[in-house]
Design a binder for this molecule. Sequence first.
Ligand SMILES: [Zn+2]
Length: 135
Amino acid sequence: MKPRKNKLHHQNKLRLQTKYKPSGFRKDDVLMIRSGVAVKTKTGKFLEYFSKSQRVSVAGLKMGRTCYRPKTEGETREIREMERPAHVSNVAIVCPHCGLPSRVKRGPVTVELPNGRVKTKYVRICSHCHKHLRP
Ligand SMILES: [Zn+2]
């Protein structure tokens, strides 16, 4: 069989298919997990995003237990509670203007610059009230 001429191109194409997908969440965002009975209306701050599995960990929500093994002398074995990451599709951002859990959209918002001119910027907006998520 003839060897593939554009092998490198093919490899690059495959790599692009599994590229990094952004979550749309930023630091200090207030998030809500919308699945599971125990966490349905609770909110917490955004902690970390795992891009490979597309999961988000939210502070104080979706707690799981882990057995902590002693690493230094003097520590004892104990069961600790820590956040478990939830899938992005089940996590919504809480809008600071209307207080509703919403999807992250992008849209134009007019911003006034320090020199007095007005500029339209494309920023993250709330899907309910179309306001800037973090002005
Ligand atoms: Zn809103």
